[in-house]
Design a protein around this ligand. Structure first.
Ligand code: OAD
Length: 252
């Protein structure tokens, strides 16, 4: 058990816990992180160049196929014990889940996600007129290198994933909700993020500035560790179930 007594009391007494999660939250489900080495067919593409408006405008079928592959991978995996623990925590505490992840594993574990600050892989909209696209996504068993995106029924433009691409602004309401929750909670957890990407990486400071304790859960030090109230070294699926037991006042 790696939580100082004072923080254990704060955890038991907390009425509103904000949780910022990153790619490490989904690692134990087997979701390759954004910057994982691309394998096979995709080895020759740099994700940093594919996840941009310019790439989609230039090669919509290539970028669409790449996201179909990611959607297929996420459909094949399950939420892990960490996702399930956060959903359990919300059965007896107010929990605001703020995630940088574009997968839907928090939702599939039963969490109500307050904010997807980098958008969602399963939210689609028209690249040209931004009309939402609600049709059922068809994911072929064997995804070729290029797949033509669906067309917008309103304007005929290409449909794109609702993910925040490099250079794009974050969804305003999602980020404001995240700031409000970070600034109003009485305890914050930061799970599985390197803290590299801004402005998401600044959210824990909205809590710290008000004297709210922030506990980081990560097997390795991150850009945030030096500023955290406490670093609970470990993985999401190991630590979060233990944290929920402590939150229930179950010691040992
Ligand atoms: P990173 O890949 O930058 O960081 C993942 C963090 O998770 C690292 O600090 C790891 O140490 C930690 N980690 C790994 N396995 C873990 C585990 N089992 N349990 C807990 N932590 C673990 O991912 P993010 O910080 O989420 O943006 O990256 C932020 C953004 O960068 C992503 O949202 C993405 C990317 O650009 C978009 O896609 C728009």
């Amino acid at each position: 058990m790696s939580l100082p007594v004072e923080l254990r009391h704060r955890l038991v007494e907390a009425r509103h816990i904000a949780v910022l999660t990153g790619a490490g939250m989904s690692a134990e489900s087997g979701v390759p992180t954004f910057r994982d080495v691309q394998d096979g067919l995709w080895a020759k593409y740099d994700p940093m160049t594919l996840a941009t408006e310019e790439a989609f405008a230039e090669e919509p079928s290539l970028v669409w196929a790449w996201y179909l592959r990611r959607a297929q991978m996420i459909r094949l995996v399950e939420p892990n014990a960490g996702h399930l623990a956060l959903a359990e925590l919300a059965t007896f505490k107010k929990v605001s889940v703020i995630t940088q992840n574009v997968d839907d594993l928090h939702e599939r574990a039963g969490s109500d996600v307050l904010s997807h600050v980098h958008g969602g892989l399963f939210d689609y909209r028209c690249f040209d007129c931004a009309a939402p696209w609600q049709a059922e996504l068809e994911i072929p068993g064997d995804i070729p290198e290029r797949v033509e995106p669906p067309k917008c029924t309103a304007c005929g433009g290409w449909i794109r994933p609702g993910i925040v691409w490099f250079g794009e602004v974050l969804p305003q309401k999602a980020f404001q909700d995240a700031v409000d929750a970070s600034a109003s909670c009485d305890l914050m957890l930061v799970v599985g993020t390197s803290g590299i990407v801004q402005p998401a990486g600044s959210l824990p400071f909205a809590a710290l500035e008000r004297g709210t304790p922030v506990i980081e859960i990560n097997p390795e030090e991150s850009r945030l560790t030096d500023y955290m109230t406490h670093w609970w070294q470990g993985t999401a699926a190991e630590v979060l179930p233990e944290l929920v037991r402590l939150a229930r006042g179950q010691v040992g």
